[in-house]
Structures are given as C-alpha cells and as structure tokens.
Ligand binder design. Structure first.
Ligand SMILES: [Zn+2]
Ligand SMILES: [Zn+2]
Ligand SMILES: [Zn+2]
Ligand SMILES: [Zn+2]
Length: 250
C-alpha cells in the first residue's frame, strides 16, 4: 500500500513538554491533548471507558462489546480483536520466537509481559537467577552479620584483655608499694632498735656513773666518819689524860 500523500520533508513538530516529535501537526495536537492534558474526550456509549483518541474507542467497542475477532491467524483457528495480539500469537506460538530473554537466567519468553512476571517472581515458577541472586544476597547478609558479630566479640575480648592487663598493672604497683612500705618499716625497726640500743647503752653508762658517784660519796663519807671518830678518840684520850673524868657529850 502506498500512501497517497507523503508529508513534505520539513522540520519536525516537536512537543514543547517532552521529546515527542512528529511530521504531522495533528499528531502533536493529539499527543498534547491526551498525554499532557490527559483529556479523554471519547467516551464509550456502552460502558464507562473513556479514550483520548477516537480510534482507541472504536477498537474498544469492536473487541469488547461486539466481541469481534477480525484478526484471524492464518496458521490456526485463533482469532484476535487486535492486530498486535495476532502478530504476537504468530511470533510466539508458530515461530516459537522467544525475543524476551531473562538476563538472570536462561529463560526466554515470547511476550514481554511473561518476562516481567518471570523476573518479578522468585518462587518456584519464577526466575531461578533471581532466586539465586536473592539467596546469594541473603547469604552475604548472614555472612556480614556473622562477621560483625565476630568483630564485636573480638572487640569485647580485647577490651577485657586490656582491662585485665590494667588490673594486673595496678595490682603489681600495689604490691611494689607494699614491698617498699615493708622495707621502710623494717628499716625503721632496725633504726629504732639501734636507737634503743644506743639509749640503753647511754642509760647503762649513766647508771654506772651514778654508781661511781655514790661509791665515791660513800667513800668520802666513810673517810670523814673515820676522821671524826679518830678526832673524837684523840679528844677523849687527851681528856682522860688531863683529869681522868669522863667527857661530856656534845
Ligand atoms: Zn509531549
Ligand atoms: Zn465500552
Ligand atoms: Zn495461530
Ligand atoms: Zn530468569
């Protein structure tokens, strides 16, 4: 089929709000009305559906309400309301094409929607690769958690070790201090003993001196007494010699 009138090669009609470009200014109007203004001017007379474009409404009425299946498969009895659906049917069922391949595993699908379902489903019928990926992720998370736990435990152990070392240091210092005190005490004892010895010696010497003094005094007293007695005796004798009468006590 050859188009009656080809659009003249002139500049695109570009949408001011997005990247859309078209040769037909009418297309741009429809684009802006339906995409950006979100207008749905074409309402279905048989249900609540509304459409931005008249063509879409016509298709809707034909396929949904009239249940028309104008697009019949040339290779089997299947018929479709929309041409897109027929061509997909031919591609996937008869040509067995699997254009929509999963990137995570070997699965491929004729319909894009089936791939989407596959990729988002990690269950029994879903993507094996995704399931594996999820399992790997979970394993990684478990490993990470374990690692973190181990690191935490090591940190605690190290802290305990450090604490113990610190306690030992303190204990050692205390011990050293005690030993030093003991040594000082001993020294003080020795000093005191020495001092006691010196004091006792001094006492002894003093006592001895005292004794000497007493003895000297006693000696002196005795000498004095003997001298007195001797004097008395002298006096007594001289008196006797003089008049023979006994002396009168003084
Ligand atoms: Zn646009
Ligand atoms: Zn309708
Ligand atoms: Zn067919
Ligand atoms: Zn897959």
């Amino acid at each position: 089929m050859v188009r009656a009138e080809k659009p003249p090669r002139r500049d695109h009609h570009a949408c001011p709000q997005c990247d859309y470009k078209t040769w037909h200014v009418g297309n741009l109007r429809v684009h802006v009305r339906t995409v950006h203004e979100k207008r749905r001017d074409h309402a279905c007379p048989q249900c609540d559906s509304t459409f931005g474009q008249a063509g879409h409404l016509r298709k809707h009425v034909k396929t949904v309400h009239e249940q028309r299946r104008d697009h019949v498969c040339p290779q089997c009895d299947s018929a479709f309301g929309q041409a897109d659906n027929l061509s997909r049917h031919v591609r996937t069922v008869h040509e067995q094409r699997r254009d929509h391949a999963c990137e995570q595993c070997n699965a491929a699908f004729g319909a894009a929607q089936h791939l989407t379902t596959h990729v988002h489903n990690s269950g029994r019928d879903g993507c094996v690769g995704l399931a594996q990926q999820q399992q790997a992720k979970e394993k990684q998370a478990r490993d990470d958690a374990l690692k973190a736990k181990k690191a935490e435990a090591k940190k605690k152990a190290d802290a305990l070790k450090a604490k113990k070392a610190e306690a030992k240091e303190v204990a050692d210092a205390l011990k050293a201090e005690e030993a030093e005190q003991e040594r000082k005490e001993e020294q003080r004892c020795c000093d005191m003993q020495a001092q006691g010895d010196r004091e006792r010696e001094a006492d002894r010497l003093a006592k001895r001196q005292q004794q000497r003094e007493v003895v000297a005094e006693l000696k002196a007293g005795k000498v004095l007494r003997l001298a007195k007695e001797k004097e008395n005796e002298e006096w007594w004798r001289s008196r006797k010699e003089m008049n023979g009468s006994p002396p009168r006590w003084r």
